[in-house]
Design a protein around this ligand. Sequence first.
Ligand code: ADP
Ligand SMILES: O=C(O)C[C@@H](O)[C@H](O)C(=O)COP(=O)(O)O
Length: 329
Amino acid sequence: MNAIPFESGRKLDCVSLGRLCIDLNANEIHRPMEETRTFTKYLGGSPANITVAMSRLGLKTGFIGRVSDDQFGRYIIQYLKDQSISTDNVVIDRTGSVTGLAFTEILSPTDCSILMYRDNAADLKLEPNDVCEQTIANSKALLISGTALAKSPSREAVFLALDYAKKHNVVVIFDIDYRPYTWASQDEIGIYCRLVAEKSHVIIGGREEFDLMETVTDPDQINDDHTARTWFSHVAQIVVVKHGGDGSITFTRDGGQWKGRTFPNEVVKTFGAGDAFAGAFIYGLMQGWPIERCQEYGAAGASIVVGSHSCSDAMPTVEQIETHMKKYE
Ligand SMILES: Nc1ncnc2c1ncn2[C@@H]1O[C@H](COP(=O)(O)OP(=O)(O)O)[C@@H](O)[C@H]1O
Ligand SMILES: O=C(O)C[C@@H](O)[C@H](O)C(=O)COP(=O)(O)O
């Protein structure tokens, strides 16, 4: 059993807060973006991808966010509904904002990059007023994406959501989800992400993301053990440090430490791994599984997604994960 005390009898397993965007993934892969002619449109935005992952695995999910008042915004809402994700708290922004677009370049299985268009992005227009206390009270967990902290008023909306989570015993899961495009300064990243991490029960991030958040300068303190100790001195119960193709390390507050394996696959592109991992890992936590099994599930989900063209659309079901894992027995 893992030690996360999810409340029982709540309408939703997890409500996510953050960006709802569009991924435009190059169809002609293994060439630079300059030579790409066509793209396929998918739902994107890390927290959106994670929520699709959780929903595909059978969790009851909802989203708190803002979308643009246009075709892309309507596409996003419809996609979420089709995935059985509650859109009751997805607000249509009428200030003339646009949907964030992520154009992806797949140069090779190991060399991928993302060209982000995020000026005047609707997701960062989320207002504290949009955050419904009852929705959070009705959820076992609240997933926060660090990018939602990049600007006001979305930043304040996050802190209000955290207040409601505390008031109603909702487990807070923080995915640092660092994206360079929207932050005003490096200082802001550290300041705001730390404030959220201090209030979070589960923290997930890559090594570089923890470094940015912790802004530690002593080289002896830039390591996973130090990271875990830092956050266990607050309310964290679980800290997951992702290491790309090298797997992940999960720490638990009681001193446990697990190195997560990977399931090597024929890689189409590298992005989406973290989101698939997070979705399946959280699913495992909610089943009350031991950490090893949560990590295996996360890694298997990630393996499937790196072998696919999309992130959201490729998020696996339980059956797909189980079948995939059997191939490695
Ligand atoms: N090339 C890969 N092949 C198989 N699994 C991978 C690969 N890259 C990442 N993963 C899995 O996905 C997890 C998260 O990946 P990572 O790249 O660290 O996250 P992010 O996409 O957020 O940067 C890893 O811990 C690993 O289990
Ligand atoms: O998060 C975004 O805005 C873009 C994503 O939809 C994108 O597909 C991606 O980068 C996935 O992130 P990762 O899982 O952290 O690699």
